[in-house]
Design a protein around this ligand. Sequence first.
Ligand code: PLP
Length: 375
Amino acid sequence: MKIPFNKPYYPVAGLFSVPRAAIAGTLSGNGVFTKKCQQYFENRFHFRKTLLTTSCSDALEMAAILANIQPGDEVIMPSFTFVSTANAFAIRGAKLRFADVEHNIPDISPASIEELITPATRALVVVHYSGIACDMDRIMKIAAKHNLFVVEDAAHSIDSYYKGRALGSIGHFGTFSFHETKNIFCGEGGMLAINDNRFLSRAEIIWEKGTNRAAFYRGESSTYNWVDIGSSFLLSDALAAFLYIQLENLDKIQSARKRIWEHYYHELKPLEEKGVLELPVIPSYATQNGNMFYCILHTQVERDNLIVYLKDKGIQSVFHYLPLHSSPYFHEKHDGRPLPNTDRFSQCIIRLPFYYGLKKSQIKYIIGSIKEFFN
Ligand SMILES: *Cc1c(COP(=O)(O)O)cnc(C)c1O
């Protein structure tokens, strides 16, 4: 049996998304399908406003511009994340301060955030790892106390919740990815959710190359001009049309993915009870959204051996996140503080194959192989 790590969900209708968008109006940005997708997200998840972008990386860059991050401003974020979380703020000259994650969940630790706050701190970026929510009440309280912007990197987190509120709708900004490895995708794509009214009109301008084009086309302005900084952050409507088909199938995709997650969890529970490995922890305020399935082994050697063992069985599993604080680009800029929980997760997490269409028989084979490894 050969089981890949990921296999994107391609409904047949996806093949026709380019002509569908062209016939509806345009293949460039801010067309019919962009508006349909944005409306869907706003209605369903209660984001104040959304803008489709070419990637989550771009959505993060827009958030950094909107938060008006200037050279020397300090931004706190987890080291246990994808490089884009950090790049967006590094590009603006921010001084990055890396916080540790919780000991039992790879989500940023509010206590670790508090240790890093100085008068120069401007923003907190939190990552809901694998779609499992950070402790947002505590984080928003810290932010309010110190007057900080909060950006939720919700790349893993579509259709996941904190105390009933959609992730990405709680901070000032939420950023999403529709890269092919995420729950729903359009090849490359992303979205910025803006949850604070103060930023709505500027967000639209930055999105359209620093022009008031969107307002002009709505008839709100008689000219269309350069009014601010910006870039071409818009997603092509051909890709928005592809994404819209995923949205039409969202419930089906999500219920299948959540079932796969439950299945893995249930089948691996006996191994956790024997003390062989640890399973994801879901706090009472959080949900799982079928983003990925990971487990935590005792040591890096054991984890790496399991990856090789599964590979020999035709099963592709992966490790996750080399910490940013010790990366070649950053390690000399890091203040030297140890981030032990970050290091442990980085060394011991294994992610198992996870995609819509992964069959029960395949999961059984994967679990059987893991049990064999430990025998
Ligand atoms: C995937 C991912 C990104 C980047 O998403 P792109 O759409 O590829 O730019 C950013 N942050 C996290 C946490 C991610 O997992």
